[in-house]
Design a protein around this ligand. Structure first.
Ligand SMILES: Nc1ncnc2c1ncn2[C@@H]1O[C@H](COP(=O)(O)OP(=O)(O)OP(=O)(O)O)[C@@H](O)[C@H]1O
Ligand SMILES: [Mg+2]
Length: 407
């Protein structure tokens, strides 16, 4: 980098936001500026973002900044797949290289390696891939082998990258003069490096959150507000896909959970003085179960128009043999909804010669619990007396021939 004055290199090193303007003639969006400015002062930076605000671009700008302003740096970059790395970060590296005669002159660009023409062995950035089938030890080697004073690890789409990938990167930070791990991704998974950076390892990371929420004044200007509004109108604000891709927020831990990690982090960070809340109304939070606990175990069989099926094998378009309290005979009925959830508690085991099942206390059965009455009623299992009769027959329509001939 002899052709750039030392004072300029120092400025670019301390102010990557100025570097981007001067070298690429680009104007970063406000949140991109914030990341560029935070970079020199933070070992670990995480961008937790909605879809398309320009995060691979920031990774590429920082990679070029590191390659230009540090002596003999080594960078390893990875993403959720080789194709994604090639189409995303690697092509952004090429795009911005094209805009800078200085970079084009000093660095060669190849499909899996970018290197200084003057020092190809010691001054480079490498693309690294990993296999979804690999064991944790092999995954840990993805980012191994960077021995230098100035090292950097880039993880694009880190929402879907397994934790094990970080092993070598974390270890390498302790044995260099200056090391950085920079990750960017959509918060798609409740595990992996992005999730950890935003939850259990929050104190170690400088986290920048980027939303495309059309109602947020700080939203990414790069994502069309019409697109965002359309997704919200189509799927709703609470839809997990919208949460991740439009709002850049983690989805709740499961579809029937109300509170996700983002709400928990926000409430931990919230601080009120006694005087601020003394006169506020007291609001009680109640954990309301969405589906109650009216369930049978998943090894229960149900009679469908396609034969007996276990609950987990139901697709949803079958007809199920059903009976209602007042009907004389059973009917084939469509399935309204398949509800499946984890249950932590005691189940009731029931076994007779003709019937066995395991159910929650609140599962309802069509029973006759009073022997004097002929009426069947829906009752919760927990309210049943010791003796009860489950309706087994359901009547049928047809003729009753004297003889049947089998052929
Ligand atoms: N400040 C900027 N000035 C000019 N172009 C930009 C800027 N930021 C991003 N871009 C361009 O916008 C496009 C989208 O950016 P990028 O691919 O980085 O988004 P992303 O957040 O990584 O998207 P995805 O969620 O699809 O991975 C790219 O063509 C990129 O070069
Ligand atoms: Mg990208």
């Amino acid at each position: 980098m002899t052709e750039v004055a030392a004072a300029k290199l120092k400025l670019w090193r301390e102010r990557p936001d100025i570097f981007v303007r001067e070298v690429f003639d680009a104007v970063p969006d406000p949140w991109q500026d914030a990341v560029l400015r935070a970079f020199p002062h933070n070992q670990r930076v995480a961008m937790k973002a909605s879809k398309g605000p320009g995060k691979s671009t920031v990774l590429a700008w920082l990679a070029w900044n590191f390659l230009i302003t540090r002596p003999h740096p080594k960078i390893a970059a990875t993403s959720i797949s080789g194709d994604n790395l090639r189409d995303g970060l690697w092509s952004e590296m090429a795009k911005w290289r094209e805009k800078s005669p200085l970079i084009k002159d000093a660095f060669a660009w190849q499909k899996e390696r970018i290197f200084s023409k003057a020092h190809p062995e010691t001054w480079w950035m490498a693309a690294r891939q990993w296999s979804k089938a690999a064991d944790p030890a092999s995954l840990g080697n993805t980012l191994a082998g960077l021995h230098a004073d100035y090292i950097m690890f880039l993880l694009d789409e880190s929402g879907g990258i397994p934790d094990a990938i970080m092993a070598a990167a974390d270890a390498a930070l302790s044995s260099c003069k200056e090391g950085h791990i920079i990750q960017a991704g959509n918060p798609t998974h409740l595990e992996g490096p992005l999730y950890r950076a935003c939850t259990s390892e929050r104190a170690l990371w400088h986290v920048v959150e980027i939303t495309s929420d059309p109602d947020d004044p700080n939203r990414s200007p790069r994502v069309s507000p019409d697109w965002a509004k359309e997704q919200i109108a189509k799927y709703g604000r609470d839809n997990p896909w919208v949460l991740v891709n439009v709002f850049g927020r983690f989805p709740p831990s499961s579809f029937n959970a109300l509170i996700g990690p983002d709400e928990i982090n926000e409430s931990i960070a919230r601080r009120y003085r006694e005087t601020e809340i003394r006169l506020q109304p007291r609001i009680l939070g109640v954990d309301v179960a969405r589906f109650g606990d009216d369930c049978l175990r998943d090894d229960t069989e149900v009679l469908t128009n396609e034969g007996w099926k276990l609950f987990p094998d139901l697709i949803g378009d079958e007809q199920v043999l059903s009976i209602s309290p007042n009907a004389k005979q059973s009917l084939w009925k469509p399935i309204n909804e398949i509800v499946s959830y984890d249950f932590d508690g005691e189940l009731n085991e029931y076994e007779t010669r003709s019937l066995n099942f395991s159910c929650t206390d609140n599962h309802r059965f069509l029973v006759r619990s009073n022997p004097k009455s002929k009426k069947y009623k829906l009752e919760h299992y927990k309210d049943l007396p010791l003796d009860f009769i489950i309706r087994e027959d359901s009547g049928w329509v047809g003729s009753n021939p004297d003889h049947i001939t089998f052929t």
